[in-house]
Ligand binder design. Sequence first.
Ligand code: HPA
Ligand code: ZN
Length: 327
Amino acid sequence: MYNPELPLVELHRHLDGNIRPQTIWELAQQHNIALPVHSLDELIPLTQIQTQTADLLAFLARLDYGVSVLADTDACYRVAYENMQDAKNQGLDYVELRFSPFYMARAFKLNLQAVIEAVYAGVKAGEHDTGVKVQLIGILSRTFGLQKCQVELDALLACRDKIIALDLAGDELGFPATLFESHFKLARDAGWHISVHAGEADGPQSIWDAINLLGAERIGHGVAAIHDQPLMQYMAQHKIAIEACPTSNYHTATVTDTANHPLKIFVEQGMCVTLSTDDPAVSNIDLAHEYNVAKQTIGLSDKQLNQIQLNALDAAFLSENEKTVLR
Ligand code: HPA
Ligand code: ZN
């Protein structure tokens, strides 16, 4: 369990990977969208992963059900708002929610800027109603290729004040960071922070490239850093935080099981380790679950868990003043 005396902050949570099965079912009914099942009971095991999948892409395919029912911007608003209700129900004080507008818009060819605006309106209404503070991270979905990522980036830049950072997610092996230097130069010039999925499906060089070529200040997953001592040292020295998601890493076959997750070694190396859920509705977990895994399965002490909780606030894309309010 996390320490309720300390602020609970989650930095790596996909809004479009956290769509409730009930909502998927209701939106499908409302918009007459065919699903490959005939009831909510049958839908749940399709959208929620119980065990390990073959690889990252097999895992990501499970997220497709959720975005397949986003028929209009009202649906995007609803999903965004419900993410804030979930954050509140799971005890979060502050959350950075990330989403790929292209991925959310894809099934019904929605206007990308309209999707971004609906998501922003949904999380802000949720922030108002729940009291959980939120900021949005825009994602480039590299799975769909460079051109689509440029279109996605242009839409995000047109809404630049609604976004705090840019991320690169999707097929890490097929679309390495080296392809996205110009995209992330534009993002940095826009004044955004940078967090990149790296060292999840690919090796340590992918993390070096995210840092050196894209300007990543935080790394999503970063599991492969365990194979590169100088990289762990570099990340510790430069306070490049790891957004660790142990259950997701088990589900994507990034680690063989959560007991083998390098989290504890990262902590012992002095790295700025944080804990997140990644896609909580798909993994059927909450952040408390990940703190329990870190303690019971990976063997972290309460002191180390407290430090992880404080690291998350430290590594948040917030000003020092905003952090002080949360402390
Ligand atoms: N990796 C890459 N892309 C993603 C992930 C992930 O873990 N979750 C949602 N999109
Ligand atoms: Zn992720």
